[in-house]
Design a binder for this molecule. Sequence first.
Ligand code: PA5
Length: 447
Amino acid sequence: KEVTFDYSKAAGFVSAEEMANFKTTVMAARDTLVEKTGAGNDYLGWIDLPVDYDQEEFARIKKAAAKIQGDSDVLLVVGIGGSYLGARAAIEFLSHSFYNVLPKGVRKTPEIYFVGNSISSKYIRDLQQVLEGKDFSINIISKSGTTTEPAIAFRVFKEMLVNKYGKDEASKRIYATTDKARGALKNLADQEGYEEFVVPDDVGGRYSVLTAVGLLPIAVSGANIDKLMEGAASGRKKALELPYETNAALQYAAVRNILLRKGKQVEITANYEPSLHYVSEWWKQLFGESEGKDRRGIFPASVDLTTDLHSMGQFIQDGARIMFETVINVEESPAEILLQKEEVDTDGMNYLAGKSVDFVNKSAMNGTILAHTDGDVPNLLVTVPEQNEFYLGELFYFYEFACGVSGYILGINPFNQPGVESYKRNMFALLGKPGYEEQREALLKRL
Ligand code: PA5
């Protein structure tokens, strides 16, 4: 069993001949990536990460996770973007759907809350209330150490921690994941004696899930990070070694670019499991931030199905024909729930008696794939055998590799993000940050 990619249902939109014709383009992009000759080539540390990571730090991550599990009811994970979404995607994919509200004892690991990924006062206040009377620790994650959203949240919760435990004990409950040598957080961590973990120089935020950025929170949730890395290593081997024709990542990169050239400017990732919601969010950042530049790119969107079939389903079936859809299918559900026959068939569901809920879900999925295909939405399928660490590692790597290749096919630098600075400049100016006085005047006139 393995993570697979299948575009057979999109055969009416992408022919075998087109795929064969595109091979040279895809292989050139692949070589640019692997030989590290393209734009952004100083951010390719993620390529070998699954087989070449810091073992000493990996052991420290496990040790820190065990300490947090032992002394904390709650772990706060403070970070945004690439310093947030990977951990959340993995924890939600791997854990119980109601992880945080399971009774203590049933869940043997701390509650985990994410903060610093917005600037909401309500969210912060509500989280402060959740922490009342609970032992907690903080994992502050910021490569630059200066990002506004996590910095604000960290100030608030660090203060709460110091008030609760005193400065010394608070410092032992703060874990800083940041640059190995530079930045405000690095300086503070050195000064206060926080345990430190590293975001490698050559790994950008959205490619960092398999570094301490993702691994520490994931390990605290009780997930097996060895298996996650093994899965990623397996994904890496396939991505690097398999020929174009059977290489899932290369095929995916090829198909999406062929579809783009036919006017399909939006890719919708669809899942049929609520616990994949944040995998889609992670995927959106990966592809959106990597490809959306120089006035180019495929806009990555996502839907949770069948939920959104009752809202967005209308548009996908019938609206502007600008999109293709990639379904992430989890082959095997961990839960078997059989529908029972009822005496009086008021809801007309008795025809499903003896069938499993997952059978209904898969039938909805298969029916939807065909309906959307008939509605001129090419459907691609990524299949994950089961929701476990190994296959998640494979899935992460599959997407990362495909994204790098796809970016080079597009002709952009998949590893920078110059566009994210514009809102920051305006925000700093409006906040009155020293050095932004001129912009401030200009912006205030426009508001
Ligand atoms: O992918 C990226 O570069 C961004 O999403 C960053 O991860 C995000 O802005 C957070 O940055 P930092 O880790 O420096 O706080």
